[in-house]
Design a protein around this ligand. Structure first.
Ligand SMILES: Nc1ncnc2c1ncn2[C@@H]1O[C@H](COP(=O)(O)OP(=O)(O)OP(=O)(O)O)[C@@H](O)[C@H]1O
Ligand SMILES: [Mg+2]
Length: 235
């Protein structure tokens, strides 16, 4: 579904991603794990069209989307749960959810039905439907960020470190929701520092170190790998 071929990304003169190639099969959950500063967010923003790669290609369902702007990417079915949530704090939960559907014709027409689905994943959001999003807890805001991305009826959802700052219990809630969305047909590309949880649920995992992919395997095999155990799991 998504094929990234040898992309190189720079901030000014500084190279952040080196010759990255990644494949995301339709229907799968693919996790990319990496430490602080490895380049995870840069990769998500490059797929999403916020950053343009200097070289390489991004192919989505056979279409070359390299360097296309975010609006084009979103309207073709790729939505993004950005790092740090970036919900609209003064708007209500309901309004934030509507915004997730607003720029995509099909998603806008189906917004009531999709909202019922996201409330089934996150009943807490339904309880807070009229509350200003900025007054909710960090975990609730993260649920909202995931729910808002689902409101766009994505075929592929890019999820940037959803567990950041969440308690283990809330992390579980968010990861369970991702799994349920995946069962409903949403392909997921997840980047995480939470190596254990994200590789456990991934069909395929990649390890990103200093802007380079250093390993690829199925999630469970990576979890058993001595380098991963030592460098990321502290065992
Ligand atoms: N806007 C920017 N301008 C210049 N350099 C940047 C910019 N954003 C990120 N970088 C650099 O690019 C590298 C990759 O950063 P990135 O944010 O993609 O990492 P990350 O894996 O998402 O890290 P984290 O886990 O902290 O979110 C880092 O060295 C970072 O300092
Ligand atoms: Mg990041």
């Amino acid at each position: 579904m998504l094929k990234i071929e040898n992309i190189n990304v720079f901030y000014g003169l500084v190279q952040a991603l080196w010759d990255i190639s990644i494949e995301v099969p339709e229907g799968s959950i693919v996790s990319i794990v990496g430490a602080n500063g490895a380049g995870k967010t840069t990769l998500m923003r490059t797929i999403n069209g916020i950053i343009k790669p200097k070289s390489g290609k991004i192919i989505y369902n056979g279409i070359d989307i390299t360097g296309k702007d975010s609006n084009y990417v979103v309207s073709n079915g790729i939505t993004h749960v950005p790092e740090g949530r970036q919900i609209f704090p003064k708007m209500s939960v309901y309004e934030n959810l509507e915004i997730g559907a607003m720029f995509i014709k099909d998603a806008w027409e189906k917004r009531k039905e999709t909202m019922e689905f996201v409330f089934s994943l996150f009943p807490r959001l339904k309880e807070r439907i009229n509350q200003a999003a900025g007054t909710m807890s960090g975990g609730e805001q993260q649920m909202l960020a995931v729910a808002r991305a689902l409101m766009g009826r994505p075929k592929l959802m890019l999820v940037d470190e959803p567990s950041l700052g969440l308690s283990p219990a809330l992390t579980l809630t968010v990861f369970d929701a991702l799994k349920k969305a995946n069962k409903e047909g949403v392909t997921i590309l997840l980047v995480e520092q939470n190596v254990k949880k994200s590789l456990e649920m991934a069909k395929i995992g990649y390890v990103l170190e200093n802007g380079r992919i250093v390993m690829k395997d199925d999630g469970k095999t990576l979890l058993a790998n001595p380098h991963i155990k030592k460098a990321y799991l502290g065992v």
